[in-house]
Each structure stands twice: as C-alpha cells, then as structure tokens.
Design a protein. Structure first.
Length: 138
C-alpha cells in the first residue's frame, strides 16, 4: 500500500478511538494484524490482538473521555510517525483532567498495523496527577 493509503488508515485509527471504546475495539479487529506487537513506552511488549484489546480497555477505564489530536504525521515506506496530543479525565486515584503529547511509529503490511513503538511525555502526565514535580525541594 502507498504511504497515502497508510496515512488514511492512521487517521481512521485515531478517529475511531475518539468515538469511544466500542469504536476502538472495532477498528482493532479491522486494522491490527494477527501478530501485532506494541512496543510500549513502559519498556515491555504487548503481543497479539487479545492482549492489545485488554490494554486499550484499561486505557478507556482510566480515561473514559480520552481524545486524540494528531499534531504531525510523517510517512516513509511502510512506517508512519505520528505526534499527537492525548487529553482526558483520569479516573484512577484522583479525578483530574490531563493532557500529554506522544510520539508513535507504526509499521504497516498489506493495510494492517503489524508493529508500533510509542513514547509519552510521562513526566508531564505524572506531574499533572501530582506524583512528580519540577520544583526542587530543599
């Protein structure tokens, strides 16, 4: 598939996630290859459709009103790099509005996501939740 077609799939992915959990689960069925691997920002891998659905379900449990805005998208060959902003209300230990940027690189084969690498602005996220601070103590 062309980079133009892959970019269209990328947009469909984010648009589905913005419609909520059910739409996200449906797009995963449609666009994830059987052997899909997500190389997580936390350093571990999530392999396969079932495990990635569990991961996404957890995301919607913690941030039920999650929204994604694509800020930049660059494509070359079978890969697309996307910089996006994620916003939502965290329903964990505290209920707070959060916003953070992320960069993800997705690899496609025959119109399916086969592999992804993600990196988040984790420090900013933790700071918004009150678990980290740029203020020095002393």
């Amino acid at each position: 598939m062309s980079t133009r077609e892959n970019k269209s799939l990328e947009r469909q992915w984010f648009e589905a996630f913005n419609r909520g959990r059910d739409a996200a689960m449906a797009i995963m069925d449609e666009l994830l290859a059987d052997g899909f691997v997500l190389h997580c920002a936390s350093g571990h891998d999530i392999r396969g459709l079932k495990n990635n659905k569990v991961n996404v379900s957890g995301l919607f449990s913690e941030l039920p009103d999650i929204r994604f805005t694509i800020d930049d998208m660059v494509a070359e060959g079978d890969k697309i790099a996307v910089r996006y902003t994620m916003t939502g209300t965290c329903k964990g230990d505290t209920t707070k509005k959060v916003s953070m940027w992320s960069i993800q690189i997705d690899r496609f084969v025959q119109g399916k996501f086969v592999e992804a690498w993600e990196r988040f602005d984790t420090f900013s996220f933790m700071e918004q939740l009150g678990y980290a601070s740029t203020q020095s103590k002393g």
